[in-house]
Design a protein around this ligand. Structure first.
Ligand code: CUA
Length: 155
């Protein structure tokens, strides 16, 4: 084996170790979740918000040309949301501002991630995959309030 080949192999091996260690560090020390793709269940066909516990919600979010359903989600501060995203037509994206949350919305599959909203405020989300003529209109928002009577979703 040539010396340059050995060097290239060693560097590749080193990079693999660094990348793997970064993933382990992110998920353990920084508590950063990796999105999960669920392929073994039929995707849901309507958008829903359930309360599953104290300060705990499950949101089923649909992406389609060219809107999200629901587009507005109102929740109390401190809520943790189990977020399930799918698409009814083509591939879309789902990115929430100021949150480490970035998912693909894929037809025929569900992507899952958990997100916690501690700070009250508005967190807009948008489609980040170019999906056609009105891609730029695909957006929505989480409205997080200090105290609300009833969490709600609107189209
Ligand atoms: Cu959906 Cu861009």
């Amino acid at each position: 084996m040539d010396k340059s080949e050995k060097l290239a192999l060693s560097l590749s091996g080193l990079l693999l170790v660094i990348f793997f260690a970064s993933i382990v560090y992110a998920s353990t020390a920084r508590n950063i979740d990796v999105p999960t793709c669920i392929t073994d269940v039929e995707p849901f066909t309507s958008d829903t918000l359930f309360q599953t516990g104290p300060e705990r919600y499950e949101l089923q979010l649909l992406a389609r040309m060219w809107a999200f359903a629901p587009s507005t989600i109102r929740l109390p501060a401190g809520s943790t949301v189990d977020l399930y995203v799918t698409s009814q037509d083509i591939i879309h994206g789902f990115k929430v501002e100021r949150k480490n949350l970035n998912l693909m919305a894929v037809p025929g599959a569900i992507n899952y991630m958990q997100v916690t909203f501690d700070e009250p405020g508005e967190y807009r989300f948008a489609c980040h995959e170019f999906c056609g003529a009105a891609h730029h209109t695909m957006s929505g928002r989480f409205i997080i309030e200090e105290a609300i009577d009833e969490p709600e979703i609107t189209e």
